[in-house]
Design a protein around this ligand. Structure first.
Ligand code: AMP
Length: 422
């Protein structure tokens, strides 16, 4: 019997992981530049944590959680990073140490979705959380950081959408205004939206169903009911984005799927590369009430999550330069041991080496060296051993030379460095 990876869960093999590592390194650099430290939390959490934070009526908690039971406890694989980080923040009593905390994370998330390009069941997010600053300057700073990061990677066509959901009072007022508009039109809505009317009408603004889209097109805008501090906060965000020179679009229909958001919401989309319809790269927003609702301090917070798979799709074939490497082709019994020690010596001086000790013919070894994209192939046979040399073939330059064994390491290093400059 042959096993396959689970639906929507992918293996990442060398070659592909190199692109990931480069991206993750760039992300870490950006985060550290902005004063964020990395937090690593478990992938498994109490199910109730997500019910209480992500929200009972959110799509994720309703339909997409990977759940399990162990020792009478209900657990879930994390569908997103924010609740676990909040739990850790509260558990560590972090707010007693610092008035403002900046954390980032990179890791796998799990949602039982229908897989398609850019949508998987195990996917990876890089994200951050900023606790203890009510904004809006830090909100704009965070959006600015993302725009710099993404454009630094070579993405040009970025669409930044922002909205405000206001605080609890605005939300209640808007909910009433929205219901007053939607209820008389409920027969024109999808069945799903009709159910939402009762538990979470704001989410109808998010619906992709054409029937809902048609009704929602003329719905009252939340920005019309934003008042007082909520309005000042949103205007502050817009002013700060303008000060940074970030092009953005106000989208009153932007609600996003999670229940905990307050005030600032944002999304960044890209039309570049192979993204297709799943073109939202980043989603984020404020969640000023969440820490308190989880039994923690009454502190404001804001964060975002960026989908790594989607970002790589957007970047498309942007080539990650592959480090230059050396292949060792030993022919015959005696040459194997020499190949083994030569590989060790080369690696000690920082050369990437692949040693093929399967005992194939010289022809098949050379073919393999070339298929692997090796820059240099070192051939070792009885003739070379007898003369105390190694045959150095530079595959890109089509040259070969016999080099004394005790000079090989230096020779290969120099050849790889010269090649890198070409
Ligand atoms: P969310 O946590 O739903 O706000 O999503 C934030 C970002 O994570 C999205 O903009 C995507 O880039 C990425 N993302 C969310 N769900 C998936 C998924 N099922 N597969 C791949 N990426 C995803």
């Amino acid at each position: 019997m042959q096993f396959r990876a689970l639906k929507g869960m992918n293996d990442l093999l060398p070659g592909e992981t190199e692109r990931w590592q480069r991206l993750e390194a760039a992300f870490r650099r950006t985060m550290e530049l902005h004063g964020y430290g990395e937090v690593r939390t478990p992938v498994l959490e109490p199910l109730e944590l997500f019910v209480r934070s992500t929200g009972e009526t959110s799509e994720i908690v309703e339909k997409q959680m990977f759940e399990l039971e162990r020792g009478g406890e209900r657990l879930a694989l994390r569908p997103e990073g924010t609740p676990g980080a909040a739990r850790a923040f509260i558990g560590a009593n972090q707010h007693a140490r610092e008035p403002v905390t900046r954390w980032y994370y990179i890791g796998p998330m799990f949602r039982a979705e229908q897989p398609q390009r850019g949508r998987y069941r195990q996917f990876h997010q890089a994200g951050c959380e900023l606790y203890g600053d009510a904004g809006p300057i830090v909100d704009a700073e965070m959006i600015g950081m993302l725009v710099e990061f993404l454009s630094g990677l070579g993405l040009e066509k970025l669409d930044v959408a922002v909205n405000s959901l206001g605080g609890p009072t605005t939300r209640t007022r808007y909910r009433e205004a929205l219901l007053a508009y939607l209820e008389p039109r409920s027969s024109q809505l999808s069945e799903h939206a009709q159910r939402r009317l009762r538990d979470n009408p704001l989410r109808i603004l998010d619906s992709k169903d054409p029937r809902d889209r048609a009704v929602v097109a003329d719905a009252p805008s939340i920005l019309d009911v934003l008042e007082g501090d909520d309005r000042a906060h949103f205007e502050g965000l817009c002013r700060a984005l303008e000060a940074l020179g970030i092009p953005y679009r106000v989208d009153p229909g932007l609600v996003r799927g999670l229940d905990y958001y307050t005030r600032t919401l944002f999304e960044i989309q890209s039309t570049q590369g192979e993204l297709g319809s799943q073109n939202t790269l980043v989603g984020g927003g404020r969640y000023d009430g969440m820490l308190k609702s989880l039994g923690g301090p009454d502190l404001p917070a804001i964060g975002f999550a960026l989908g790594i798979e989607r970002l790589l799709l957007a970047l498309g074939d942007t080539q990650v330069p592959r480090p230059r490497r050396c292949f060792i082709a030993p022919v015959g019994e005696r040459a194997m041991l020499e190949g083994l020690t030569l590989a060790r010596d080369l690696r000690r001086s920082g050369v990437i080496v692949e040693l093929d000790a399967r005992g194939g013919s010289l022809k098949s070894l050379l073919r393999r060296a070339s298929n692997l994209g090796s820059t240099i192939c070192l051939v070792l046979g009885d003739a070379e051993l007898d003369r105390g040399v190694v045959q150095v073939k530079e595959l890109e330059r089509h040259t070969q030379a016999d080099v004394p064994r005790d000079q090989v390491v230096e020779h290969v290093r120099a050849a790889l460095e010269n090649g890198a400059e070409r």
